[in-house]
Design a protein around this ligand. Structure first.
Ligand code: 2X7
Ligand code: FE2
Length: 314
C-alpha cells in the first residue's frame, strides 16, 4: 500500500479509542485465534460509528498513541514500511493472540521524529521490521478500521518523565502533540488521531466467570467512585471544557488510576489545538470493571455528515 499526501496537511478527526483486548475477542475476526460468543456490544457498536466516520473522511493515515508500547528513553515512532507478526496480550493471552499486518507511513513517522528533536524531545524512529506491535496499538486500530487498508503510525508512551513528576510527563506529551501536528502539516497528510486509552482503570483482580469471559451478567464498573469520575470527565469533554479537563486530570489519574496518565489523550488534544468544541460520545461501557468511552472530535473544517451538520456533535 502506498502512503499518500492528499493535500494540505490536517487532522481530520480524533478518537478516544480504548483497547481492552476483550473487544477484539468479542468481534471474532479471522486474525484472532481465540473465539467468543460476543459481548461488550455497546462499546463495539460505538466503534461501528467511528468506522463509518473514518470511511467518510478518507484519511491518508491513522496515528495511534498506545500506553502498552512503553519506552523509557524517548518517544519512539514506528518507521518501517510493513509490520507483521503475532501479538499476544500478556495478561489476557486466552483472549488475544492476533496475527497483524500493517503498512506504516514512514515519511510521516520520520517527520514526527524530526519535529520532536527540533523541539528538544528525545525521539527515535523504530526501524526493526520484526518489532512486536503491542495489543493497545492493534486493538484501537482494528476497532477503528478492521479493513486495515489505511497506513498507520504508532507512537510509544515515553513513560520515564512521569515516573518522577506528573506535570513534566504531561508537558512532554503536549510537546509531542505539537510536534505531531507540525509533521502532519509539513507532509500534507489527512490524518486521523487515536488516543488508545481506557478512562478509570482499576479492574477486577480475577475474571468473574473464567469459563466464559464474555459473560455480561458479571460486567459492571469496579466502584461507584470510578463511575462518577468517568462521567465527570466525559461531560467535560462533551462540553468542550478543555481547561477544566486538564485541571482535574491529575486528580482523576490518581483517584481512578486512569490510563490517560500514559499521555495519549493529552497528545491528541494538544495536537488538535485543545479543541473547545464538544466531543461526541459514541458509547461508554465497562470491561472487566474498567471504564471505557469511545469519543470523537471532529474539527470544524472536516466534512460533516447530515446528522452532524444539524447539530449532532454533542
Ligand atoms: O489494557 C487493558 C485496558 N486498558 C483495560 C481493560 C482490560 C484490559 O486491558
Ligand atoms: Fe490498557
Amino acid at each position: 500500500m502506498k502512503t499518500t499526501r492528499s493535500g494540505n496537511g490536517e487532522i481530520v478527526a480524533g478518537f478516544l479509542a480504548p483497547h481492552p483486548p476483550h473487544l477484539v475477542y468479542a468481534e471474532n475476526p479471522t486474525q484472532n485465534e481465540p473465539k467468543s460468543r460476543g459481548g461488550w456490544e455497546p462499546l463495539r457498536w460505538a466503534y461501528e460509528n467511528c468506522r463509518q466516520r473514518i470511511k467518510e473522511l478518507k484519511p491518508d493515515v491513522i496515528l495511534v498513541h498506545s500506553p502498552h508500547w512503553q519506552t523509557v528513553v524517548g518517544h519512539h515512532v514506528t518507521a518501517t514500511p510493513r509490520l507483521e507478526g503475532r501479538s499476544v496480550d500478556p495478561i489476557f493471552p486466552h483472549l488475544f493472540r492476533f496475527d497483524y499486518g500493517m503498512d506504516v507511513d514512514v515519511e510521516l513517522a520520520e517527520a514526527i521524529v524530526d519535529e520532536c528533536k527540533g523541539a528538544g524531545l528525545e525521539a527515535k524512529p523504530m526501524q526493526n521490521p520484526k518489532f512486536r506491535v503491542d495489543y493497545g496499538t492493534i486493538v484501537s486500530l482494528h476497532m477503528l478500521n478492521p479493513d486495515w487498508d489505511i497506513p498507520v503510525v504508532g507512537i510509544s508512551a515515553n513513560n520515564s518523565p512521569y515516573f518522577y513528576d506528573d506535570k513534566i510527563g504531561q508537558e512532554e506529551m503536549s510537546q509531542l502533540g505539537h510536534a505531531t501536528a507540525k509533521a502532519i502539516a509539513k507532509t500534507g497528510r489527512r490524518a486521523v488521531l487515536a488516543a488508545s486509552n481506557t478512562l478509570s482503570h482499576l479492574h477486577f483482580p480475577q475474571e468473574p466467570n473464567p469459563g466464559l469471559p464474555e459473560d455480561m451478567s458479571c460486567e459492571h464498573i469496579q466502584s461507584q467512585a470510578q463511575y462518577e469520575w468517568d462521567v465527570k470527565i466525559i461531560n467535560l469533554l462533551r462540553a468542550g471544557k478543555i481547561d477544566e479537563f486538564f485541571e482535574v486530570m491529575p486528580q482523576f489519574c490518581r483517584e481512578a488510576f486512569a490510563e490517560i496518565k500514559a499521555g495519549g489523550l493529552t497528545w491528541m488534544l494538544e495536537a488538535m489545538g485543545r479543541p473547545r468544541y464538544g466531543a461526541k460520545l459514541h458509547g461508554y461501557g465497562t470491561v472487566i470493571g474498567t471504564g471505557n468511552a469511545v469519543m470523537e472530535w471532529l474539527p470544524d473544517n472536516s466534512p460533516k455528515s447530515d446528522s452532524q451538520a444539524s447539530g449532532g456533535q454533542k
